[in-house]
Design a protein around this ligand. Structure first.
Ligand code: NAP
Length: 322
């Protein structure tokens, strides 16, 4: 591994269903504000979900970190008493979009218990409270639940087989949530995120290209780079229009990290830096990555009547170059 090499990391990144008083899954009264809790509101995705809040919806953000839109600071989602208190304080809630997670993919190999608590157990805790309140819960999950041996896009009902601690804990979160609230949990698996807030791959490429003449980037991992600007409205649609089950949500098309690096550098006017492809074996990381993790998103496209943008168009929009 040389200083010039770099590669992928994950963090490195209808109808409301009613209320507990009625004890059913249905619409809130027409004059009631539709109140939705966003977890991970300071994070890369959660912050964008807050920015994309639909009209007539009141979004309430929580996170461990202070940030714009975080109304409820310091609620540890792994602590069932704190979560129960949060739901009590915010009642009536009409939905939850859960974006908080332990997203340090490589560090998770050293901290499996913490990763399990945040990615696994917290999903069970939230789903338990959402079930008690009779409201839908969107859980954001990942392509890392798959082992990457497929040769065509993964379907939502394909058998998961994670190869990393991060992937296993995220899968456990899916399972715990579905068991606690089978009628209300919508799992949305996404991948290769970047957006206006937070650290992510295109941002790292821009920084490195500004400093170096040459970069080597992994070209044998393939997925779909996905902008949070595209994903955030899709999560709202899954909450408001979707039903319990699993959705895949990613920008259209597929690319390697090398392809994404080249597209980023070209669009950022940094083409003086040469980018060369390298293999995963040349750039080993503590956590194994799926080699191929393109997601079939047709179920989501049918729900919304449209797909997320093709990945390159979404990248150019994000970079302000379209
Ligand atoms: N980034 C990607 O490429 C990618 C790809 C596929 C799926 N996903 C999934 O997408 C979702 C959003 O990812 P992201 O990249 O936006 O994550 P992020 O930027 O790392 O944000 C996650 C937020 O969750 C908070 N958090 C961590 N532990 C918590 C706890 N115990 N209680 C309350 N909040 C806690 C974090 O706070 P601290 O920073 O203080 O820990 C952080 O603000 C996650 O479910 C992730 O697994 C991400």
């Amino acid at each position: 591994m040389t200083d010039n090499k770099t590669a992928s990391t994950e963090a490195d990144s209808g109808a409301p269903e009613g209320n507990a008083q009625e004890g059913l899954v249905g619409m809130p009264p027409q004059d009631a504000p539709y109140r939705v809790l966003i977890t991970g509101a300071a994070g890369m995705l959660g912050s964008q979900v807050l920015m994309a809040v639909p009209d007539a919806v009141e979004a309430l953000g929580t996170d461990m970190r202070e940030a714009h839109g975080v109304d409820h600071l310091g609620v540890d989602l792994t602590d069932s008493e704190q979560v129960a208190q949060l739901f009590q304080d915010l009642a009536p809630l009409h939905g939850v979009i859960h974006c908080a997670a332990y997203t340090a993919v490589d560090k998770a190999e050293e901290e499996p218990e913490l990763a399990q608590a945040v990615n696994g157990n917290a999903c069970g805790v939230l789903a338990h409270e959402a079930a008690k309140a009779g409201i839908p819960l969107v859980i954001v999950s990942t392509d890392f639940v798959f082992d990457g041996t497929a040769t065509e896009p993964y379907q939502p009902d394909d058998e998961p087989s994670p190869v990393s601690v991060y992937g296993r804990t995220k899968l456990d979160g899916e399972t715990q949530a579905r068991e606690a609230h089978p009628d209300g949990v919508r799992i949305v698996r996404t991948q290769w995120l970047y957006g206006p807030r937070g650290g992510h791959f295109p941002g790292t490429m821009q920084k490195l290209a500004a400093e170096r003449d040459q970069l080597m980037v992994v070209s044998d991992q393939v997925g779909s780079p996905t902008s949070t600007l595209e994903l955030a409205p899709a999560l709202w649609d899954v909450l408001m229009l979707g039903e319990a089950g699993v959705y895949h949500a990613a920008c259209e098309g597929e690319a390697s990290w090398f392809d994404l690096a080249v597209a980023t550098i070209e669009a950022s006017d940094l083409s003086d830096t040469q980018i060369d492809p390298c293999t995963t074996d040349e750039f080993p990381r503590p956590a194994p990555r799926p080699k191929y993790s393109v997601l079939d998103c047709s179920k989501l496209s049918e729900l919304r009547g449209k797909s997320l943008l093709p990945w390159k168009d979404a990248l150019l929009t994000y970079l302000g170059s379209d």
